[in-house]
Design a protein around this ligand. Structure first.
Ligand SMILES: Cc1cc2nc3c(=O)[nH]c(=O)nc-3n(C[C@H](O)[C@H](O)[C@H](O)COP(=O)(O)OP(=O)(O)OC[C@H]3O[C@@H](n4cnc5c(N)ncnc54)[C@H](O)[C@@H]3O)c2cc1C
Length: 465
């Protein structure tokens, strides 16, 4: 059966991968000239990669890890020590670590928290631990119920000192959704904590060994095309054409030359586009349908990814770092953490700049200048004196609407992969699945979408025994 999928991000490619596994023929149409959507990357004039986002894979990503296994590329994940490392603003240039020992969960998480004495006092640790108990014991239903309040409100309600937020959760919240704890839904933090504390390797982190379009998306494309599917770049979906009964008749696709449009037909159709762009092409006849009108409640959050190439090494830490800077979120020295970007003598920092609301329209130079000021606090000895480290070049990638902003109340707006339209389906990290807006969520949404299509079209007609 032919299925046309608009969007070659992780969700669209995952949907196509699981459709070919079931014997279907997916045709993936990607608007841009690069695979990957939010994991897209490009080479600059010197051949150095720059990316849409600094991407971390977690042990708590079962569908992503299964996908790596199925593609036979597991060796491309570079696992780091089981730790979380935070900069200490009160002691510039120093770090505070949560190290998870090699013992079963949740004991390894509890040990990591209890043995860190830099960030939280014993009283704060105890109050936080007690507050978390219901979240750990009451399962997914409780996590979903918490979507009515922000993380800060949840902490207050559970008598957890505000300092716990300042020390740990501003950084975690910015890392998870590029916004602060006053804005983020408590469901997001509780879901992450739940997975990190309940699964032994849940919070263990890996970096991909190179640029995601080549090292992850291309193997997916090779897998799909080797089994009869197709993936086309430069093929934006412009219009969804309907039959009289509001089912999909065809997709109108533009080519590089916008005047050349063509209609593509199939038995089933999928949007694996980001929610903000999908909303713009929803046909008028569908606009009153609850599942589509609710999408107005989902809006992409701005974020900026910065790449700074230096003439010397700034750090030897082979890990993700939580900056705890007001402007920055997480960062890593990619010349150490990522094999393809390796440089033994010079650092390349990739940094996530968030919240980016007030910066997204500023110039790249302004953003880099502000980042450099923050870096002077993180690396106080490197940017002064005769032997100071110099910035060689930079790249700034702005995403004005990235993953949906996970504010309280969003969960109920997230649609199922099976839409109310019989031959139309949705994939994307914003669709309902339990991994929220993440690479794991995108892969799972594509898998669920493929399952839904397969189920719908393999139904035995009722009059056949
Ligand atoms: C800065 C940043 C850092 C991140 N860090 C992490 C991380 O560390 N860990 C993690 O798990 N997740 C992270 N994420 C989130 C993760 O990247 C996303 O959740 C995931 O990649 C989304 O995949 P998707 O397929 O749902 O959407 P997208 O990647 O947005 O894919 C949608 C695709 O549809 C295409 N498209 C749009 N319009 C059309 C059209 N008209 N016709 C055809 N195609 C169209 C787009 O070009 C795109 O390729 C990060 C995101 C960002 C921005």
């Amino acid at each position: 059966m032919r299925v046309v999928i608009a969007g070659a991000g992780l969700a669209g490619l995952s949907c196509a991968k699981y459709l070919v596994d079931k014997g279907h023929i997916p045709i993936v149409l990607e608007a841009r000239d690069v695979l990957g959507g939010k994991i897209a990357a490009w080479k600059d004039e010197d051949g150095d990669w720059y990316e849409t986002g600094l991407h971390i894979f977690f042990g708590a990503y079962p569908n992503m890890l299964q996908l790596f296994k199925e593609l036979d590329i597991e060796d491309r994940l570079q696992w780091k020590s089981h730790s979380m490392i935070f900069n200490q603003p009160s002691e510039p240039g120093t770090y505070s670590r949560f190290d998870f020992p090699d013992i079963p969960a949740p004991a390894n998480g509890v040990s990591a928290i209890l043995s860190n004495n830099d960030m939280l006092s014993w009283n704060e640790k105890i109050l936080f631990g007690l507050g978390l108990v219901p979240a750990m014991l009451r399962g997914q239903k409780y996590l979903d119920k918490c979507d009515t309040k922000s993380w800060t409100d949840w902490l207050k309600e559970h008598n957890i000192p505000e300092r716990v937020n300042d020390e740990v959760f501003i950084a975690m919240s910015k890392a998870l959704n590029f916004i602060g704890p006053d804005e983020i839904s408590s469901t997001v933090l509780l879901t992450a904590l739940n997975r990190f504390l309940q699964e032994k390797n849940g919070s263990k982190m890996a970096f991909l060994d190179g640029a995601p379009p080549e090292r992850l998306c291309q193997p997916m494309v090779d897998y799909i095309t080797a089994r009869g599917g197709e993936v086309h770049l430069n093929s934006p979906l412009r219009q969804i054409n309907l039959n009289e009964d509001s089912t999909v008749k065809s997709f109108t696709i533009a080519s590089l030359n916008e005047n050349e449009k063509k209609e593509i037909t199939a038995e089933a159709y999928v949007s694996a586009m980001p929610v903000d762009l999908f909303k713009l092409i929803i046909p008028n006849q569908w606009k009153g349908i609850d599942a589509f009108s609710k999408l107005d409640g989902l809006n992409g959050v701005p974020v900026i990814n910065i790449h700074l190439w230096f003439d010397k090494k700034l750090t030897d830490i082979d890990h993700l770092l939580f900056s705890r800077s007001p402007l920055l979120s997480v960062y890593a020295d990619m010349s150490i953490t990522c094999k393809e970007y390796e440089d033994p003598n010079r650092s390349m920092l990739e940094l996530v700049f968030a919240p980016a609301k007030d910066w997204i329209n500023r110039s790249d130079q302004d953003i880099v200048d502000a980042t450099m000021e923050e870096l002077k606090k993180l690396f106080p000895t490197h940017f002064m004196g005769d032997d100071k480290t110099n910035l060689r070049k930079y790249k700034v990638v702005k995403t004005p609407r990235s993953v949906y902003k996970a504010v309280p109340g969003c969960q109920e707006f997230r649609p199922s992969q099976k839409s109310p339209i019989k031959n139309f389906f949705l994939a994307g990290d914003y669709t309902m699945q339990k991994y929220l807006a993440s690479m794991e969520g995108a892969v799972l949404s594509g898998k669920l979408c493929a399952e839904s299509i397969n189920k719908e079209y393999s139904k035995i007609p009722e009059n056949v025994s």
